[in-house]
Design a protein around this ligand. Structure first.
Ligand code: HEM
Length: 642
């Protein structure tokens, strides 16, 4: 766009000339000052123009006209933006007609000589290097600033030398980063390329375009693995487990785990473990809080619930985070610290964290210590399980947790299929996948309900209908407080299913996810991806795209998921909270069951109110935690409501 180019170039010229004039004025003033003497006095006799030239000239017309007329031709009557008698200060654009006035040149030269006292062989010449340096620095800074800011139009954000778009990212991080990403992506039509500082891992393509999502998650799945960068970064925590694995290692685990997740034994285990946790742990904790009138952090309580639950499923043991008094459990603490320290690696140049690991300092020291805690727990459970299975070989084992199932697997030679290390990796990966995702989704759900009581009313009506149907069959058999929802009843809670999906659409537990492209690719929207490019897909943004969900995309409306009162799922490439394609979340069905069971059990008994003034904002992490938790008070439901 010539007009823009003209403005920029002439703008630089003008600022440059202006700066130069200022320097000249200072110099001239000091020369004319009665307190000055020596070389300055000598030059006073020389003819010179009162203002401008050292090397450059300021055009005489007002600055506004110069800026707006990008194609102005400078003639002998209209001096060029700058002239270069001896040394160039800024290169001239060949396209501009910059006819040089020879009189001006000689006048400039004379003036320069006069000013710098060349005729006397000294004086201001001693100032020359400083003035040149200042001019040069000012010129470069101005040029770089304007050039960087102009990148905003073509690249979405200003791009600075050395640090790339990092300053904008840091500004974005100060507020709500996900909203900031959303703003940038919308302004770029759904996809943009982030240029991080040179020599860092922060170069990537970010997208929220469903066509691109389908391309990378399904159509060209093999071209978009997790990749070596992700795997190397998470390897100390996740080893060769499913989350970081690709190719055969991933395929084998996926197949085995998928069989297990769909087995009757696993379904029975998930149902029974939830009843145990919700009725023996969660509800008593809530009852205590309600009785004492205390505000509690509902997010913390839910995190404890799902951590205990996923450990029961993966390891077959209950760590007891949700026990009375909500104790600090060393394994849970170690797991949390190890996850956070691993996340920090993504923000640290690879060479730096590797060096820190070798030296055992800083974040890497924390990671090593917390990994030792995770491993101690995991290997202890594995050892005891093997002993138990050895005995059970004689008596038979009724366990159906993942550790037991994978421990029992045999290779073709009849020997155990997996080493202890691999068993540890499998369990740690499943705990990571399932520990916080459902709980943070529930926390956002309860917060949204507080702001949308109409939705809560409809959920209660649905639950009442189910309870009423049960009463009709089993006339008043069960005491209300003891009411335990059955799997087929949970399945019938379609409006609740829609309300949870809607919460996940707006607050996906995994707000952004990552892939690495292993061969040159082109996205359906035309974005070119060179081999090795990192791709980030922004689930949070996708829930806020008018082009995907319509003008009311920011509203909490479970009805958008219903057709004739029945829940209707959406394409996994529009609603990406559970990922899509071959790597679709393995725990999706279980997660819905868990969330519905817990939410219905709480809502049936309590009205949940967020404490007034409690700040709610997302935390910047791999999982969408609420930064300050969710402080709530509970009120027992009126019996007539049940
Ligand atoms: C609301 C709850 C949940 C959400 C939103 C969710 C979301 C996701 C997402 C986005 C991924 C893709 C991650 C990636 O590849 O980088 C994923 C993968 C996975 N999820 Fe979930 N998840 C949830 C609950 C669970 C639970 C409870 C479990 C298990 C108990 C689980 C097990 C897994 C596993 C094993 C994978 C890896 C699949 C693979 O790579 O093949 N998830 N989940």
């Amino acid at each position: 766009m010539p007009a823009r180019r003209g403005v920029g170039t002439k703008g630089i010229v003008e600022i440059l000339a202006h700066t130069r004039d200022k320097i000249i004025k200072v110099v001239t003033a000091s020369r004319d000052s009665p307190n000055q003497n020596g070389p300055y006095l000598a030059t006073k006799q020389q003819p010179h123009r009162p203002s401008p030239p050292i090397y450059c000239r300021t055009p005489p017309e007002p600055s506004s006209s110069r800026i707006s007329h990008s194609h102005t031709h400078y003639s002998s009557h209209s001096p060029p933006p700058f002239s270069l008698p001896s040394r160039p200060c800024v290169p001239q654009k060949p396209s501009m007609s910059t006819t040089m006035d020879t009189t001006d040149v000689s006048r400039n030269a004379t003036t320069a000589a006069a000013l710098f006292g060349t005729s006397t062989g000294g004086g201001l010449a001693s100032l020359l290097p400083e003035v040149q340096t200042v001019e040069l620095l000012v010129a470069i800074s101005i040029f770089v600033t304007i050039h960087s800011l102009r990148q905003r139009r073509s690249q979405g954000l200003p791009t600075w030398p050395l640090v790339g778009m990092l300053p904008s990212l840091l500004l974005g991080l100060r507020g709500d980063m996900y909203e900031w990403i959303t703003g940038v992506l919308k302004s770029r039509g759904g996809t943009f390329t982030f240029r991080g500082p040179w020599f860092t891992n922060l170069q990537c393509v970010v997208t929220a375009d469903p066509r691109n999502l389908e391309h990378l998650l399904k159509a060209r799945f093999a071209s978009f693995p997790k990749g070596p960068y992700f795997r190397d970064t998470v390897r100390d925590l996740l080893g060769d487990g499913i989350f970081g694995a690709d190719d055969e290692v991933w395929r084998n685990q996926r197949k085995a785990a998928s069989l297990e997740f769909h087995s009757a034994g696993f379904r029975a285990l998930t149902a029974s473990s939830l009843v145990e946790l919700v009725h023996r742990r969660l509800l008593p904790v809530l009852a205590d809080a309600e009785a004492g009138g205390d505000a509690i952090d509902l997010q913390d309580v839910l995190l404890r619930l799902t951590f205990d639950n996923v450990c029961m499923i993966a390891f077959g043991v209950d760590p007891g985070c949700l026990a009375k008094g909500l104790p600090d459990i060393p394994f849970a603490r170690a797991f949390e610290d190890a996850t956070e320290a691993t996340t920090v690696r993504f923000l640290t140049p690879t060479a730096v964290w590797r060096a820190m690991r070798a030296l055992g300092v800083g974040n890497e020291r924390v990671l090593q210590r917390s990994l030792a805690g995770v491993d101690e727990f995991a290997y202890d459970v594995i050892r005891r399980r093997k002993e138990e299975l050895g005995d059970a070989g004689r008596r038979g084992s009724s366990r159906s947790d993942l550790l037991t199932v994978f421990t029992k697997m045999r290779g073709e030679d009849g020997r155990p299929a997996y080493s202890d290390k691999f068993l540890r990796d499998i369990c740690v990966n499943f705990i990571l996948a399932g520990r916080d995702t459902s709980s943070v989704a529930l926390a956002w759900f309860f917060w949204l309900l507080g702001k949308n009581r109409r939705v809560e009313e409809r959920i209660l009506e649905e639950i009442e209908g189910i309870v009423a149907a049960r009463k009709a069959v089993d006339a008043g058999g069960e005491v209300e407080e003891e009411l335990v929802f059955q799997p087929e009843e949970v399945k019938r809670m379609e409006y609740l299913h829609a309300a949870l999906s809607e919460a996940l659409r707006l607050y996906p537990s995994v707000p952004v996810d990552h892939k690495e492209v292993v061969e040159d690719e082109v996205f359906p929207d035309g974005t070119v991806l060179r081999k090795g490019t990192k791709v980030i897909y922004a689930m949070y943004t996708m829930g806020r795209m008018e082009s995907i969900w319509g003008d009311d995309c920011r509203e909490y409306k479970p009805e958008r998921w219903l057709r004739d009162g029945r829940f209707m799922g959406e394409s996994a490439y529009k609603f990406t909270a559970f990922n899509g394609g071959p790597r679709l979340c393995l725990g999706k069905d279980f997660a819905y069951y868990q969330m519905k069971f817990a939410a219905a059990s709480i809502l049936h008994r309590y009205r949940v109110d967020v404490v007034e003034g409690h700040p709610v904002a997302p935390k910047i992490a791999l999982t969408m935690y609420m930064k300050h938790g969710l402080k709530v008070t509970l009120t027992k439901r009126n019996k007539s409501r049940l």
